[in-house]
Design a protein around this ligand. Structure first.
Ligand SMILES: NC(=O)c1ccc[n+]([C@@H]2O[C@H](COP(=O)([O-])OP(=O)(O)OC[C@H]3O[C@@H](n4cnc5c(N)ncnc54)[C@H](OP(=O)(O)O)[C@@H]3O)[C@@H](O)[C@H]2O)c1
Length: 327
């Protein structure tokens, strides 16, 4: 493997632009190629973000021997297909969240990565956010006693968007749950594990996608209150309420630069800014794994992705959230 990791991007949309900006901040990363379904899009993206090569089809990028790692940034419904194609071409893959639209897809992707002996990780970038890591360490090591109550949400007004766009279109597995609800659910899973039971309430938009979802996760000694929605904005300050004190993850908590700790009324602030927008930290994780020959991250494992998607499947089942592409 050359000193720099040569990256290729599939699907030069909104998140691919943010990712490319952060990739440029990681010293041993190189944007080798970008592929769009439309060559002109790929060329425009390559010119803007300094990619060496532009392709008018995803297959051409996957056939490029100069690409080592592929970032899959297409809509949810295409993650499985595009990741499988990349893995079968022998590429390492960082796949945007949600890794698939259901656990069956995630399992297929994991099986394929293992058969090919290549790296695969879901791009759950919050798992690598420095401030969240430190807050999680404090909680897991019991420095504030036991976590008893977790409150986290993710909401923004999105119902005025294009009904055919990926957010509101059921054909593209739209709705809040897989797009942004995955973050508060991930936080509860990370800090408390799989709940022993849960309650869920969902509201639906005129296009048929779920537009709001409220969840209560029950654990032996803790409760998590989670929410995601496309109807309105929330502050996105998350709270980790422990028996010996509280941690407030500063807005927007999923990409935060710090948190406040309150123990019996005496507070202190911890600041751990992200490098760039924050995608740099997951990119570094991929590089660390590749440079040490590991095919999965120890911090966000493939088993973690599978467990998270099983939970999402259970929530969808409870709320009757269905996607046409699942038949
Ligand atoms: N980690 C994060 O912070 C974050 C933030 C936003 C989104 N995401 C995730 O990233 C993924 C992409 O989101 P986005 O907001 O970047 O979407 P987007 O702006 O719509 O871009 C998606 C790209 O995928 C390609 N594509 C391939 N097949 C497509 C199809 N059938 N319909 C539409 N586009 C298709 C398109 O590129 P070409 O036509 O040029 O090939 C398009 O530009 C989603 O799964 C989302 O959950 C993650």
């Amino acid at each position: 493997m050359s000193e720099q990791i040569q990256w290729g991007i599939l699907g030069p949309g909104k998140i691919a632009s943010s990712f490319a900006k952060d990739l440029a901040m990681v010293s041993d990363a190189r944007l080798a190629a970008v592929a769009s379904r439309d060559l002109a899009n790929a060329e425009a993206f390559a010119a803007e973000y300094g990619a060496d090569r532009a392709y008018g089809s995803y297959a051409e990028l996957l056939a490029d021997p100069g690409v080592q790692a592929v970032y899959v940034a297409t809509p949810h419904t295409h993650h499985c297909e595009h990741t499988l194609a990349a893995l079968r071409a022998g590429k390492h893959v960082l796949c945007e969240k949600p890794m698939g639209i259901n656990a069956r897809e995630v399992q297929e992707m994991i099986d394929c990565a293992r058969e090919q002996g290549v790296f695969l990780m879901e791009a759950l970038w919050s798992r690598f956010n420095p401030a969240l890591r430190e807050a999680a360490r404090l909680v897991k090591e019991g420095e504030l006693g036991q976590l008893a109550y977790l409150k986290a949400d993710f909401a923004f007004p999105g119902l005025d968007r294009d009904p055919n766009g990926r957010l509101l279109n059921p054909e593209l597995a739209g709705g809040s749950l897989l797009d942004i609800g995955i973050y508060p659910i991930f936080l509860a899973y990370w800090l408390l594990g799989v709940p022993q039971s849960f309650q869920a309430v969902a509201k639906f938009h005129t296009t048929g996608v779920e537009k709001q979802i409220g969840l209560v996760f029950e654990y032996p000694d803790a409760i998590a209150m989670l929410y995601s929605g496309l109807s309105s904005k929330s502050e996105m300050r998350a709270e980790l309420s422990c028996t010996g004190g509280n941690i407030y993850l500063l807005p927007r908590w999923h990409e935060t630069d710090g948190f406040e700790i309150d123990v019996e009324g005496s507070g202190r602030r911890v600041e751990l800014p992200t490098l760039g927008k924050g995608y740099t930290h997951e990119i570094r994780e991929v590089h660390d794994c590749l440079s040490t020959g590991r095919t999965e991250s120890a911090d966000w494992t493939l088993a973690d992705s599978l467990a998270l998607h099983r939970l999402l499947d259970a929530i969808r089942e409870r709320c009757s959230i269905r996607f046409p592409s699942e038949g």
